[in-house]
Design a protein around this ligand. Structure first.
Ligand SMILES: Cc1cc2nc3c(=O)[nH]c(=O)nc-3n(C[C@H](O)[C@H](O)[C@H](O)COP(=O)(O)O)c2cc1C
Length: 190
């Protein structure tokens, strides 16, 4: 079965980006994929240091890397911090890009397909950061869909249930999740 990993680059409990990626995840599930939703707040991952790495990869990193390694697709919602990728997300990607126990170095990202999205209170919806997220993932060998989504004015974009108020936008996010599931499924068949 095709497995998709879905996560947001935020630790915040009320994160807009967590809401957003869950909508895309639903689209992937409707397409028949098994979606593993990851809340990074459940993974106590220290700031990357090669000294720390030399002492042994932290268990939380290994656990996450196994989940990535077993997935063919990635759905990623990244908050925009200072026009770029959030520090939390970059730190996790840096750890996952390193060798760890029993898993190949490139197994988290290389050859996977990804759908990227962002939500922000600002007018551009985190669009500027998405270019940086795309570059980082491309550098790691991930094929990133051109159909990225940025949700502006996030403080009024979601209802109490975490759904997008704009149904047409919600449908586009759902369709991105479905597209990644479909592309990942074709990769899985090869
Ligand atoms: C350090 C910092 C830098 C930020 N920089 C930007 C920015 O450049 N552009 C933007 O649209 N929002 C920026 N924001 C606001 C975030 O988009 C906002 O906090 C958002 O809710 C974070 O995503 P989350 O809700 O998923 O946690 C910044 C927030 C922080 C804490």
């Amino acid at each position: 079965m095709t497995q998709i990993i879905a996560l947001a680059g935020s630790l915040r409990s009320q994160s807009y980006n967590k809401n957003l990626v869950k909508i895309a995840a639903k689209g992937a599930e409707e397409q028949g994929a098994l979606v593993v939703y990851v809340d990074l707040a459940d993974y106590p991952i220290p700031l990357f240091s090669e000294d720390l790495e030399a002492e042994g990869t932290p268990a939380a990193v290994n656990d996450l890397k196994h989940l990535f390694a077993g997935s063919q697709g990635i759905l990623l919602a990244s908050p925009e911090y200072n026009g770029s990728i959030s520090g939390v997300l970059k730190n996790v990607i840096d750890w996952l890009s390193r060798p760890s126990q029993g898993i190949d170095i490139g197994s988290a990202f290389d050859g996977k397909v990804a759908g990227i999205m962002a939500a922000s209170p600002g007018g551009l919806g985190g669009l500027r950061g998405l270019g940086h997220v795309r570059d980082v993932l491309n550098n790691l060998g991930t094929i990133v869909s051109p159909k990225q989504i940025a949700v502006p004015a996030a403080y009024e974009a979601f209802n109490e249930g975490g759904e997008l108020v704009d149904a047409e936008l919600g449908q586009r996010v759902n369709a991105l999740g479905a597209q990644i599931a479909s592309m990942a499924s074709r990769l899985n068949d090869q």
